[in-house]
Each structure stands twice: as structure tokens, then as C-alpha cells.
Design a protein around this ligand. Structure first.
Ligand code: GAL
Length: 963
């Protein structure tokens, strides 16, 4: 049997796992150019010519699968068609490294199995792609020139343990280092730093043959010498400032022997589960977290520190306070950044066997003794490498690996090695070996049932007794709010539960970034590729594009919504005052400044600062508001209050908005009366009404522009959630198990409606048309009555939309569309008074503020990786297009105003284009005025739209005033 199918994780001179330490011992980076040759098979014939490759990088062709194994499930074997890369390079070893101490060759990440030779002597092999491996190469090195060779196989037995939902991308993708470990140096160190009653405590563990060892913590005036290992004991370091994700105080520390010094940064904090609550430093933690993969549009999983730092800063800017390192340990530097910027981290082991679900978990490595050594090796390497980081507050055994004895053994190992941090694993549904209760994508109803004491609601995979046990533990959503395409909806509903039920500790959005790979179409157009774009035999399409940040680093509207929903300062307006609640874990509000602004119809009329004494974490304070001068109706008056950073931080400049709220102070408005119906006479409908010209009842010119419409539009380019089939339909409204809403819309022909004009009539200064709109082979219809009335220099348009009986599904939208062909004066921008600046939908509307905004047409849409519905801005008051045409909306009898979308493509065109570059060239700007839009939900992987935000077919009226 070839070593490729060896279930043992390594053989040969592999050294024990240890911390990733910053040391002053000499080392050589072996990153850079290596000789390289690639074979499509596991053997590499000598006929293949050498080329070169940059290390770190990936080789081969990317393959994207979610659950599927891209090779037959035949454990522990993999096909002979196994892309294999041979790497070689020469190195000059400093002569002083030889003859004393040891020389260690370290690999921080190689996917998936690699074998190492030094000067043609075989050193060993190892697997565990996102884990560090060190080989002792002392005996094989010689003075002067040495040759290091590495053979990397894409597939191996280890691939069965690495079935994460991401691209399969082999290669030496993290750093390679040769280091000299001096005699009497420090082999490993763990400075466990805890916090109790204002004091820091250190419990050191030092592996060294070089005692005495000296510990120095200059900021605390500590210099401690331990003569031997036996004298190393825990001690009180005195008063310290504790570490938290909000106030990440770090103390520089150094451990020295005469041969080596390693430096660490200590964060004093104590993690604890008390009853059903998860506490740090005695206070309950709420995770406003993101699942973070290592992914970069050009570099793949190769770490780019600047990019990662910018991403983490972006997380902080968007009120994210936690990271789950889905689904493997990241590059070790990421954790330094997390310590420094401040995040609660769930550090996850590199383990997933999801594809075995296709066999009903038969043969699952998580429960097969022949894989135990590999599973244990993985968790050991995970914990040992990163154990010193204060940001890590929970260890996670892996993801979607079913359940079984090997997972239980991994958990037991962690409990033995690090009792100071709880163990997480979502797949332990019954709570047999983990410390926190975790679920993914549980609906709002189920999550409520988990939070509720005494609830008998059955919990997934649990007997009643197991359910009772799970309810004794802190609960978190390790994944929720699947952020694929336009969405997710309902973030606010999940957030509300966290504040209602102390057992619920928040969760981690799936996921932070899209994993698009920057590539080019045949005609050279750049685009972000997803599954299937590289000719994969099996793949999962665009399911890898489910981030809160697009591949090009642009935050989605969903991330803006998230920021608004989880904002750490909450505002409740009362008469003449506002109550400010500080929901943070430990930081007071002394880092914030508070300011206010009054606007009349979106124009600022006054502004100022609020004086707010620091509010402790968890406390609130009532603060008087300025007197607001209220504009005469129909103008609107809004008061906006913001909490902004008072000073620059490591992650955002002074003035960055942390939290914001608005209060509508407008004088009461009278509801606009519907113009009295004139006496209609049948007419041919060819006439001019002020700025509008009609030809046989059809609008043809408006304000000097060629135009078509308004036509009824009920379709939207399905979002990934509209195309989704997951969730429990019983909890939503009208969705069918296993059938997407988009499929029902296509079935009912919403994307291919046809029109028959029933009547055209006129009156002095007025025109009315009645049409019947319906799809081929359908008896269902919608009657649309359009009435144009000239009133002075304003044109009043009323469109009444009335569905027939028999429509059985939710509708994506109820709206009308105007087409403005470019001619020589294209409509390429909009100014509006309404909500903005970004899009909003019924279940995702917290980031939308009322104000005056303007944008170019391309900035009005989000660039989702697969074209889909985007750009709806609800609550439109007034819109000016192309500088001239002004459209005001009139609220309907229930006070509702329509929203608008301005775009270069129809929903039908967008629905047909798998990627943006496949959209047809556009010669028209399309304006949609929607009386209503369906919510977003997160059914791509999770619940459908909550009933309150589902759009049922219903009669609606849209009223506009056009100038
Ligand atoms: C989860 C899984 C993630 C991802 C997500 C859907 O089940 O843990 O890795 O696949 O679903 O995007």
C-alpha cells in the first residue's frame, strides 16, 4: 500500500507539535522560487521537465465542492489521477548551525500530503493541510550547499478528513522555514494568563533544556528567574488591565535562556461557563461573529498579512466582535492580529468528513478507530500551535464530521490539555462530549425554543433528556444568516433573541467573504470565478459565493445591515431625551462622541454634540436632546443621533460611525386625496398631457425623452435565497418543501407576462387605460388600470394593480417598469429623497436611513457574483433622473410609499446571466417603481422569508407626480 493512503498522519523525523513562537534563534525563510514540476498522476516520471514556482502558492486547477468528495468514496484510497508537484531548491546552511543544536524544517501549510528529502535522504512525510509540521533535518545537512526536495500530492487519505466547503487547492501554500534550535534554547512555552479580581495570574509551562529561564514583563516590572523546571509555578502578577475583545490590553513578555529568547504578548482573561452562560472575566459574552475562511481572489489560501489586517479592521468597522476560524486554523499571524485588534475567537481544527453523509455516515472517519491517530494528531497540532493566544476563547473540534468516538477522544484530549477553554463541536447534537450547545441555521422559532426554559420543543438530534441537558449549556449559532447573494433577511430577529434569552450567546454569520477567484473570460473580461468555471467534473456552483464581503473587498448591503442590527449602542427616544444603552462586554463609552443633526426634507438645518458622561458596559443613561424645529407639513423633519469614534483607533479613524438612530419628528401630514374621476369617453389615446406624449394609450415621450411603460413587473431576478430549497416551509409563508420560490415564479410565468389592452379612454386633461396581464397557458391574471391626469404643470399617475383569484405563491414584487432608451442623453444617475444610501428590503432595512442621496446608476446595484435582484430602495419620496425628470411619490391610503430601482438590465436578462460579464450589452436604463417587494430570507441555506415579510398577491396602488 502506498504511503498516499496511509491513515497515519505522519512518519519519519516529525517533531512534536509546539507553539508558534516569535524567537530570536536564527532562521532562514525558504519562501521564494523553487524548481517545480507537475505530474497529473501520483508518480512523477523523470521525463517531466523542471519549471519554477513561487512558494507559498497553489498548483493545479481549482475545484469547488461543498459536501461532495471530488473523488470516489473509497477510503483510505484515492485515484491514481492525483496531481503531484515536485519541489526542489538549494540552500546554503550557515556553518555555525551545524555541530550544535538542531536544525528544523518547518512547513506551516501544505495541501494535502507531502514527503520531504534532504540531500536525497528521506526525512519523512506528513498530512494535515492547515497545520504546522516540523522535521528534524540535522543529520542530513552538510556545510555549504544542500538540496531540499518536497513531493506534494493533491489527494491522499488525509483528503477524507478535509472535506470543507471551499476550493480544493493543493500546494505548499504557507511559509517554509529552516530554523536553528540552539542547545539550551526554548522548545516550547505556554504562559496561561488569567484574570481574577483585578489581578493577573500566570501559569507557565516551559519546555527547555536550558534552565535557568528568565521571564520578563517590563510593563509590570516583573523579572523572574526559574532555576529548574520544578520551580516553575503559577503566580500572581499583581494588578493588570484585563484583555477583552473590546479592550485588548496586551503585555509584552520575554522568556530567555542564555541561548534563546522568545517573545509573547499576554492578555489576562478568564473564560468560564457558569450555569448556562459563557463568561469572560465574569461577564456574559455575546458573539457578533463571522465565519472566516482563508481566501484571497488572487492568492487563494496563501496568507496576505496586509489584506488580512484590512479585513479584520473592516470587521471591527462593521461591529463584528468575534471570528470562528472556519474550518481550520488560519495562518498563525492572523491570531496575533486578533489578539491585537480584539476579537473573541473560536479556533477550529482542520477536520471535516461531510461527504460521508452521502453514505448515511457509514465508514465515517470520525467513528473509525483506524482514523483515531489522525484525528488526535490534528487537534493536538491545533491546540499546541495556538495555545498562547488570549483571543482564543473556545476550541472547536472541526466541522460537519458527523459524530463518533474519535471526536469524543479529541474532546477528551483538549479537556486534559487545556481545561481553561471550553470545547465546541456543532455535530455533537446530543451534547455528549462538548461544553457549549451549538447549532447552525436553526430558525428563529427553533432558536426561541432553545432559549426558552421549560420548553418541550424537540431539539435537533436530541431525545427529550438530551434536549434538557443541552438547555443547561450556553448556546451559540456557529453558523447562521447564510449571506449568499442578496441577503440575509431576519438578522434583527436573531439579534432580538440574544437580548431576550441570556442562554443565547449570539452567533457567527456564514460567512465573511466570497471565495471568488479572479480570472478572465474568453474575451479577456475579468471576473470572479466560482464552482464550474474551471471545468470541474463535480462542483457546487456559486455556493462558494456566500460572503458579507464580495471577492473584490466591497462590503455587501447585508454587511451594512448587520452593522446596524448589532450596533453596541442602542437608542430609545423619549420626549425631549434619548436613552443610550451600552451593550458592550466591558468597554464604557469614553471612546465615543455623540452628535445629532436635524434635517428638513433631507437638508440639514441644525446639528451639534451631545454631552454624555461615560456609560459603563451594560448600563444606560438618559440624555436630553436639543429642541427640534419642525418643518411645516408636507416637509419631513428627522433627527439623527450618532455615536462616533472620538479618536483614531487601530481599525478606524476618529469620526467613524459606530451606531446611529433616527427619529421622525415630522408634523402630521394629510393623506393626499385621490383626484376625482372625470367622465371618461372612449378615445384612441393619441394625445399630449403636459410633459407626456401618448400614442394609442401608450406613453412614448416624457419630459422630452423617449420612454416606454409603465408595464407591470412582478418578477425579480431570483436571489440565491429565492432559488433555495432549504428550511422548514411550515415556518414560512407558502413555500413548498424542496421547491424554490423561483421555480414557482417561473412555473407561474411571472418572468414572461403578456399584456392585452382592454380599454383606452380619455377626458379633458386625462387618459385611462385598462390592461389584462397574464402568462401563457395560465388563467390567472392581473388587471392594471392606469390613470394619467394633468394638474397644472404636474402629471399625476395612478396605477392600480389587481390580481385575479388563484395566485398561490408569494410574489417577488408588485411594481411597474419604465424603459428609457439611451438616445443621446442616457439616464446614468439618480438623486433622491428617501431611504439610502444602499438598498433595503422588508426584512433587511435597518441600515437604510431617511435622507437625500445621489448615485451613478452602476453604484445603485450590488455586484453579486451571480446577477440577481439588487438595488431596491424602499420608501421613496422624490426622485430626479438624469438631472431633469422629477418623480414624486404619493403615499397610498395606508401611508405606504413605493421604492425604486434604477438599473441597466431587466430582471429577465439578469436571471439568465450566470456571471456579470454574461449580461447583454445595455442601451436602456430601466426604472422600477415597486409598491412592494418580497423579503430576502436566507433560504439558500436556512429559513425562508418570515411570514410578516412575505409578499402575497394583493391589490396595490402606485401614485406618482411627474414634472
Ligand atoms: C454549513 C457548513 C459551511 C457551509 C455552509 C453553507 O453547513 O458548515 O461550511 O457549507 O453550510 O454555505
Amino acid at each position: 500500500m502506498s504511503y498516499i493512503s496511509d491513515q497515519k498522519p505522519f512518519r519519519g523525523a516529525v517533531r512534536a507539535a509546539r507553539s508558534w513562537l516569535h524567537s530570536d534563534a536564527p532562521s532562514l525563510s525558504l519562501n521564494g522560487s523553487w524548481q517545480f514540476r507537475l505530474s497529473p498522476r501520483a508518480d512523477v516520471p523523470d521525463t517531466i521537465e523542471w519549471d519554477t514556482i513561487e512558494v507559498p502558492s497553489h498548483f493545479g486547477t481549482p475545484i469547488y465542492t461543498n459536501v461532495q468528495y471530488p473523488f470516489p468514496i473509497d477510503p483510505p484510497f484515492v485515484p491514481d489521477e492525483n496531481p503531484t508537484g515536485d519541489y526542489r531548491r538549494h540552500i546554503e546552511v550557515p556553518p555555525e548551525w551545524l555541530g550544535t543544536g538542531r536544525v528544523v524544517l518547518r512547513f506551516d501549510g501544505v495541501e494535502s500530503l507531502f514527503k520531504v528529502w534532504v540531500n536525497d535522504q528521506e526525512i519523512g512525510y506528513a498530512s494535515g493541510s492547515r497545520l504546522a509540521h516540523e522535521f528534524d533535518v540535522t543529520a542530513s545537512l552538510k556545510a555549504g550547499d544542500n538540496v531540499i526536495a518536497v513531493r506534494v500530492h493533491q489527494w491522499s487519505a488525509a483528503s477524507y478528513l478535509e472535506d470543507q466547503d471551499q476550493w480544493w487547492r493543493p500546494g505548499i501554500f504557507r511559509d517554509v522555514t529552516l530554523r536553528h534550535s540552539p542547545d539550551g534554547g526554548i522548545e516550547d512555552a505556554w504562559l496561561r494568563a488569567s484574570f481574577h479580581d483585578g489581578h493577573g495570574f500566570l501559569e507557565p509551562e516551559i519546555v527547555s533544556e536550558g534552565f535557568p529561564v528568565t521571564l520578563r514583563i517590563p510593563a509590570l516590572g516583573i523579572e523572574k528567574v526559574w532555576e529548574d523546571a520544578a520551580s516553575v509555578v503559577a503566580f500572581d502578577v499583581g494588578e493588570v488591565r484585563p484583555w477583552s475583545a473590546e479592550l485588548p490590553f496586551l503585555y509584552a513578555a520575554a522568556l530567555s535562556t542564555t541561548a534563546e529568547t522568545v517573545s509573547l504578548r499576554l492578555g489576562f482573561r478568564t473564560v468560564e461557563i457558569r450555569g448556562d452562560q459563557f463568561l469572560v472575566n465574569g461577564r456574559r459574552v455575546v458573539f457578533h461573529g463571522m465565519n472566516r475562511h482563508e481566501t484571497h481572489p488572487v492568492r487563494g489560501r496563501v496568507f496576505d498579512e496586509e489584506h488580512a489586517r484590512a479585513d479584520l479592521a473592516r470587521m471591527k468597522q462593521f461591529n463584528v466582535n468575534a471570528i470562528r476560524t472556519s474550518h481550520y486554523p488560519p495562518h498563525p499571524r492572523l491570531l496575533d492580529l486578533a489578539d491585537e485588534l480584539g476579537f473573541w475567537v473560536i479556533l477550529e481544527c482542520d477536520l471535516e468528513t461531510h461527504g460521508f453523509s452521502a453514505l448515511d455516515w457509514a465508514g465515517n472517519p470520525s467513528d473509525d478507530p483506524s482514523w483515531r491517530a489522525a484525528c488526535l494528531d490534528r487537534i493536538e497540532r491545533t491546540v499546541e500551535r495556538d495555545k498562547n493566544h488570549p483571543s482564543i476563547v473556545i476550541w472547536s473540534l472541526g466541522n460537519e464530521a458527523g459524530t463518533g468516538s474519535n471526536l469524543a477522544a479529541m474532546s477528551a484530549w483538549v479537556h486534559g490539555r487545556d481545561p481553561s477553554r471550553p470545547v465546541h463541536y456543532e455535530g455533537d447534537h446530543a451534547g455528549e462530549y462538548t461544553d457549549v450547545y451549538s447549532r447552525m441555521y436553526s430558525s428563529v422559532l427553533e432558536t426561541t425554543a432553545i432559549g426558552t426554559d421549560g420548553s418541550r420543543a424537540k431539539l435537533l438530534g436530541c431525545t427529550p433528556a438530551q434536549g434538557a441537558r443541552q438547555r443547561t449549556k450556553p448556546f451559540l449559532l456557529c453558523e447562521y444568516a447564510h449571506a449568499m447573494g442578496n441577503g440575509p433577511g431576519a438578522l434583527d430577529q436573531y439579534e432580538e433573541l440574544v437580548h431576550r434569552f441570556p442562554r443565547l450567546h449570539g452567533g457567527f454569520v456564514w460567512e465573511w467573504r466570497d471565495h471568488g477567484i479572479l480570472t478572465t473570460a474568453a474575451d479577456g473580461t475579468p471576473y470572479y470565478a466560482y464552482g464550474g468555471d474551471f471545468g470541474e467534473v463535480v462542483h457546487d456552483g456559486n455556493f462558494v459565493m456566500d460572503g458579507m464581503v464580495l471577492s473584490n473587498d466591497v462590503p455587501t448591503p447585508g454587511l451594512h445591515e448587520y452593522k446596524a442590527v448589532v450596533q453596541p449602542i442602542r437608542f430609545s427616544f423619549g420626549a425631549g431625551s434619548v436613552e443610550l444603552a451600552n451593550l458592550r462586554h466591558s468597554a464604557d463609552t469614553s471612546d465615543l462622541a455623540f452628535r445629532w443633526q436635524v434635517t428638513h426634507d433631507g437638508e440639514a438645518t441644525s446639528s451639534g454634540d451631545l454631552t454624555v458622561a461615560a456609560i459603563e458596559a451594560g448600563a444606560s443613561a438618559r440624555v436630553p436632546l436639543p429642541a427640534v424645529d419642525i418643518a411645516a407639513a408636507p416637509a419631513e423633519t428627522w433627527l439623527t443621533v450618532e455615536a462616533v469614534l472620538a479618536e483614531d483607533t487601530a481599525w478606524a479613524p476618529a469620526g467613524h460611525v459606530v451606531a446611529v438612530a433616527q427619529l421622525d419628528c415630522s408634523a402630521p401630514r394629510a393623506v393626499a386625496a385621490t383626484p376625482r374621476e372625470p367622465r371618461w369617453e372612449p378615445g384612441d389615446g393619441t394625445l399630449t398631457l403636459g410633459p407626456a406624449a401618448f400614442d394609442q394609450g401608450t406613453l412614448v415621450r416624457l419630459a422630452g425623452r423617449t420612454v416606454a411603460g409603465p408595464r407591470l413587473e412582478l418578477f425579480r431576478a431570483p436571489t440565491d435565497n429565492d432559488e433555495g430549497t432549504s428550511g422548514n416551509p411550515a415556518e414560512s409563508d407558502g413555500s413548498l418543501a424542496g421547491v424554490s420560490n423561483a421555480a414557482l415564479w417561473r412555473r407561474d410565468g411571472l418572468d414572461r407576462l403578456t399584456t392585452r389592452v382592454v380599454s383606452v379612454s380619455t377626458a379633458p386633461g386625462a387618459l385611462k387605460t385598462v390592461s389584462r396581464v397574464a402568462a401563457a397557458h395560465s388563467g390567472r391574471s392581473v388587471v392594471v388600470e392606469t390613470v394619467w391626469t394633468l394638474a397644472g404643470d404636474e402629471l399625476d399617475l395612478r396605477v392600480s394593480i389587481e390580481p385575479s383569484r388563484g395566485w398561490s405563491t408569494v410574489w417577488p414584487r408588485i411594481g411597474i417598469r419604465f424603459d428609457f432608451p439611451d438616445g443621446d442623453n442616457p439616464i446614468d444617475s439618480a438623486e433622491w429623497f428617501g431611504t439610502g444610501p444602499l438598498e433595503s428590503y422588508p426584512d433587511s432595512r435597518h441600515a437604510a436611513l431617511v435622507g437625500r442621496f445621489s448615485a451613478g446608476i452602476s453604484d445603485l446595484s450590488a455586484d453579486y457574483a451571480r446577477p440577481q435582484e439588487t438595488g431596491h430602495r424602499a420608501g421613496l419620496r422624490s426622485l430626479t433622473l438624469g438631472g431633469g425628470l422629477r418623480i414624486d411619490t404619493v403615499p397610498d391610503t395606508r401611508g405606504r410609499r413605493p421604492g425604486f430601482t434604477l438599473t441597466r438590465h431587466t430582471p429577465q436578462e439578469m436571471a439568465r446571466a450566470p456571471h456579470p460579464y454574461q449580461l447583454p450589452p445595455s442601451t436602456t436604463s430601466y426604472l422600477f417603481i415597486d409598491a412592494a417587494q418580497h423579503g430576502l430570507g436566507s433560504r439558500a441555506c436556512g429559513p425562508d422569508v418570515w411570514p410578516d415579510f412575505a409578499l402575497r398577491p394583493e391589490a396595490r396602488t402606485i401614485r406618482l407626480r411627474i414634472r
